[in-house]
Structure formats: structure tokens, C-alpha cells
Ligand binder design. Structure first.
Ligand SMILES: Nc1ncnc2c1ncn2[C@@H]1O[C@H](COP(=O)(O)OP(=O)(O)OP(=O)(O)O)[C@@H](O)[C@H]1O
Length: 235
């Protein structure tokens, strides 16, 4: 079980009192990349929120980054979240400050104090997303793809074991999306596990990887590309 970043067994996932996904069995190895697909309202966000402990796991078992979701105390939730980097479609950068200050804000909020360590970490994460010399720019001075790379850099600051990316290419054109995908795949090759929710079939075709699907209240594996009915994902 230790080799898994996520290991969910026989879980029933609820939103309020509604059972959204039943008998969920899903595990993700260290450094593994998986696409999460499914129609609108099929439960993708519910699965992601279970992994971040935003939705409590009431039935079944779950292990995420070494934390037992069933036994997780409220005070341990921030520690779990520290191990998870999130990347969303809408960049959510602070628009009133530079790239550097956006990253600084997160480091300070998560307890970093040593100025030279902060400077070094910001340089490292910007290097990982190939934005080394853009730290002084304001978000509006960057392209959409560059802004998304800053968001990925921000997600990497605290050395996460897992990245949850929700439609990270949603607002980007194909060429820019490919750059983002290349970075995500490089991160996965470096040992970070990645779950990417997407409706973008072109991206999945171009960067094939294990794919799971929320469908009819279940989470199913669709390892073969041909098994994915892309038309049904588009509505
Ligand atoms: N707070 C809530 N209370 C009750 N039901 C909810 C709540 N949030 C979501 N649901 C319901 O749970 C089901 C799954 O929603 P979820 O957001 O997980 O779907 P999704 O696959 O992520 O959809 P999308 O592609 O729109 O993000 C839907 O039927 C939705 O209406």
C-alpha cells in the first residue's frame, strides 16, 4: 500500500446525502499519471474532493499521501493538503502582484521564513515550468499558457506528492496545451503522481495515459483509447 499515492477501496462517495459514486476502487502509484473523464455531473469533482478530504469519507477506505482518510482528524487536513498541489482551469493568480510575489504569498502562508531558501525555491519551481526569467512580470503581462505554468509552479512550491489538475488546458489553444501537457508528463516522470480531469479528447489522443471514467455512479478503468466514447463526454 506504501507505493500508492492514492488507494481508495470499496468507497461510497456522497454529496450531502446523495450517493454520487458507489463501490469506488481506485489506486494511483507514485509518479503515475491518470486522466479522469466523465460527463458533467458524473462525479469527477466529488472524487477529487474526497481525495483532498473536502468531502469526508464515510464508507470504505482511503489512503492519500500516507494519510488515512477514514481516520483523518480535522487538524491533519492542512498537512494532507500540503502534499497535494492543485491546478485549475481558471488560473486564480493574484492579479495585483508579480509572479514572484504570487509564489512568495503561498510560501509565507505555509510557514516559510528563510529569505534565501524562499528565493531559491521560487527560482527552482519557475525553472521546472521553464519560466525562469519571468518572475518580475505581472500576470496580465503573461500569455494564458505562461499563466498556467505559474499556477503549476505555485502547486509545486511545497514539493507535493500529488497534483490534481482540473481541466488545466481548458482555456488554452492546442499548441499551448501541448506545452502544459509536456510539463505535467515531465513532473510525473520525476515521481509526482498526477490526476488530470479533462474533456479534451485531442489531448488524451496526443498524450495517451491510463484513463478512468466516472459513469453511472461508478469509477471504471478505460485503458484502451477505443473504449472511451468521446462524443458522450462532450455534452
Ligand atoms: N454540494 C452538493 N450537494 C448535493 N449534491 C451535489 C453537491 N455538489 C454536487 N452535487 C451533485 O453530485 C453529482 C456529482 O457532481 P460533481 O460535481 O462531482 O460532478 P462532475 O463530474 O465533477 O461535474 P463537472 O464536469 O461539471 O465538474 C451531481 O449530480 C451534482 O448535482
Amino acid at each position: 500500500m506504501d507505493n500508492f499515492t492514492v488507494d481508495i477501496r470499496s468507497a461510497n462517495i456522497f454529496q450531502e446525502d446523495n450517493l454520487v459514486l458507489s463501490d469506488v476502487n481506485f489506486s494511483l502509484g507514485k509518479g503515475e499519471f491518470v486522466y479522469l473523464v466523465g460527463r458533467v455531473g458524473s462525479g469527477k469533482t466529488s472524487l477529487i474532493k474526497t481525495i483532498t478530504a473536502e468531502i469526508p469519507l464515510k464508507e470504505g477506505d482511503g489512503l492519500v499521501c500516507g494519510f488515512n482518510l477514514k481516520k483523518l482528524k480535522r487538524k491533519h487536513i492542512p498537512k494532507l493538503r500540503r502534499k497535494i498541489g492543485v491546478v485549475f482551469q481558471d488560473f486564480q493568480l493574484l492579479t495585483d502582484r508579480s509572479v514572484y510575489d504570487n509564489l512568495l504569498f503561498v510560501l509565507k502562508a505555509t510557514g516559510w521564513k528563510d529569505k534565501s531558501a524562499i528565493k531559491q525555491r521560487i527560482a527552482e519551481v519557475l525553472d521546472m515550468v521553464e519560466l525562469k526569467f519571468k518572475d518580475y512580470k505581472m500576470p496580465h503581462q503573461l500569455s494564458g499558457g505562461e499563466q498556467q505554468r505559474v499556477v503549476i509552479a505555485r502547486a509545486l512550491l511545497n514539493n507535493p506528492e500529488l497534483i490534481l489538475a482540473d481541466e488545466p488546458t481548458g482555456n488554452l489553444d492546442m499548441e499551448t496545451s501541448e506545452g502544459i501537457m509536456q510539463i505535467l508528463h515531465n513532473l510525473s516522470a520525476s515521481g509526482i503522481s498526477i490526476i488530470m480531469a479533462t474533456h479534451n479528447n485531442q489531448i488524451i489522443k496526443k498524450f495517451p495515459a491510463r484513463t478512468i471514467k466516472c459513469e453511472k455512479g461508478k469509477v471504471v478503468e478505460t485503458e484502451q483509447m477505443t473504449e472511451i466514447d468521446f462524443e458522450s463526454l462532450m455534452d
